[in-house]
Write a protein that binds this ligand. Structure first.
Ligand SMILES: Cc1cc2nc3c(=O)[nH]c(=O)nc-3n(C[C@H](O)[C@H](O)[C@H](O)COP(=O)(O)OP(=O)(O)OC[C@H]3O[C@@H](n4cnc5c(N)ncnc54)[C@H](O)[C@@H]3O)c2cc1C
Length: 392
């Protein structure tokens, strides 16, 4: 199959892509299928990414990072998504790559010096505690409370879906510090913290889910969880705004991952269509097989270009909210179609674990839902680009 790699369009970008591809090639489908079956975190893969210095690709140089842009990070994540590890591989390292952006931007120099180097070298792992069972996508309604008590905050409440919490020693935590009724706007009064994940005061329960079994997601129960007041990032009450700052790069990286995943599924489908013979000819000779695959190629290419465009806008300091959201939307749909088609092209074997496309498909379902659903993206574009009334 002819490759399309619009993202890697300079020698430096090609170098990143080739190096990540070589690293990922050390972890094949057999490795990832075993991790998925065993619900085992891919420590070897995460360590390899850290050891080769890639976790700091978009982190400031002074903290051990490479100081490159979201475009370069997107190329890296697209290549990881394109590997046999698909979404599980991306999720194993994703938070270290960009999850601490709020600290880079709003943390004090002491906090940045204390917290960022260990995220860059991989000796520390952070999880991201935002979603709550009763709030869903309406983050302003989260109920977890952090109450100041002298030099500390005491946290009580619950989070859900917190990924990698089984391995994490740190948590980026969004909690309410001022009751919503006392705030001018619902998004006020939320604060962002970075704290040690002290298991004596946080119960962590893994959620049984459809796929991406190698990377856990969890329910977290905070029971008088005590953290030093210096865990607060930036100003109290501005946590939601800090999270908004990192939403666009988050969407861009996620879109790049999904384009990579979709492309891998498409390559598997194409290879199978070229070798499987039924009724005396390759199944790929049937237009009912080849046209949907050609559609997937086109959709993935378009999503990749949109992702690149959004990344370059972001890196040049221009507004990119609509483009980042559209990239995530297009990539999630293109990736889903590609995985669905990969399963169908394999016929019954698409349902067999040995061919791996069912694993990619299960992982791709999550991308339709998280970190933001397609519905909320459409709400954002309708309101901000089309000038239609806010609907949520
Ligand atoms: C595999 C996985 C990993 C995750 N990892 C993390 C993590 O590490 N940290 C974390 O904090 N969260 C994580 N999440 C949570 C994820 O971000 C949320 O699931 C997501 O934000 C959706 O929230 P919800 O599930 O509560 O859906 P809900 O808010 O309950 O929404 C349900 C459905 O209703 C639709 N809907 C709701 N309101 C509207 C409206 N006004 N208009 C149109 N449609 C609407 C939504 O689009 C959605 O389809 C993860 C989720 C998954 C599946």
């Amino acid at each position: 199959m002819k490759i399309f790699e619009a993202l890697a369009n300079t020698p430096e970008r090609r170098e990143i892509r080739d190096a990540i591809r070589a690293l990922c090639d050390r972890f094949d489908d057999t490795y990832w299928a075993k991790k998925d079956r065993g619900h085992e975190f891919p420590h070897e893969f995460a360590k390899a990414v850290a050891d080769d210095g890639w976790l700091g690709i978009a982190m400031p140089v002074e903290f051990g990072g490479s100081g490159l842009g979201v475009t370069e990070a997107a190329i890296m994540m697209q290549e990881i998504g394109h590997s046999a590890g698909a979404f599980a591989a991306c999720s194993a390292v994703h938070i270290n790559i960009f999850g601490l952006h709020a600290i880079v931007k709003h943390g004090s120099s002491r906090q940045r010096a204390a917290w960022l180097p260990s995220i860059v070298d991989g000796s520390s792992r952070a999880c991201f505690g935002v979603t709550e069972p009763d709030a869903g996508l309406d983050t302003s309604k989260i109920k977890t409370r952090a109450v100041r008590d002298g030099d500390h905050y005491i946290v009580n409440g619950q989070k859900v879906w917190t990924s990698t919490a089984q391995q994490a020693d740190k948590i980026v935590l969004l909690a309410r510090t001022t009751p919503i009724e006392e705030c001018r706007r619902p998004i006020d009064g939320l604060s962002l913290f970075y704290a040690d994940l002290d298991r004596s005061a946080v119960e962590i329960r893994e959620i049984e889910k459809m796929g991406r079994h190698a990377v856990n997601s969890n329910q977290l129960f905070f029971d008088n969880f005590k953290m030093p007041a210096d865990c607060l990032i930036g100003e109290e009450g501005k946590g939601f705004r800090y999270i908004l700052d990192s939403l666009n790069p988050e969407r861009i990286l996620n879109a790049a991952e999904v384009v990579g995943m979709g492309r891998r599924a498409l390559e598997k489908a194409t290879a199978y269509a070229n070798e499987r013979v039924v009724f005396g000819r390759k199944i790929g000779q049937n237009q009912s097989i080849q046209h949907p695959l050609a559609e997937c190629w086109s959709e993935l290419y378009a999503a990749e270009l949109m992702t690149l465009h959004a990344a370059e806008l972001y890196d040049s300091g221009k507004p990119c909210g609509a483009q980042a959201n559209a990239a995530k939307y297009l990539a999630a749909d293109a990736g889903f179609h590609a995985c669905d088609r990969a399963v169908r092209t394999h016929g019954g074997m698409g349902y067999a674990a040995d061919y791996h496309v069912e694993r990619y498909f299960r992982e791709m379902v999550a991308v339709q839902l998280a970190p933001v659903s397609r519905e909320m993206i459409l709400c954002f574009i309708a309101e901000n680009e089309l000038g239609l009334p806010k609907s949520y």
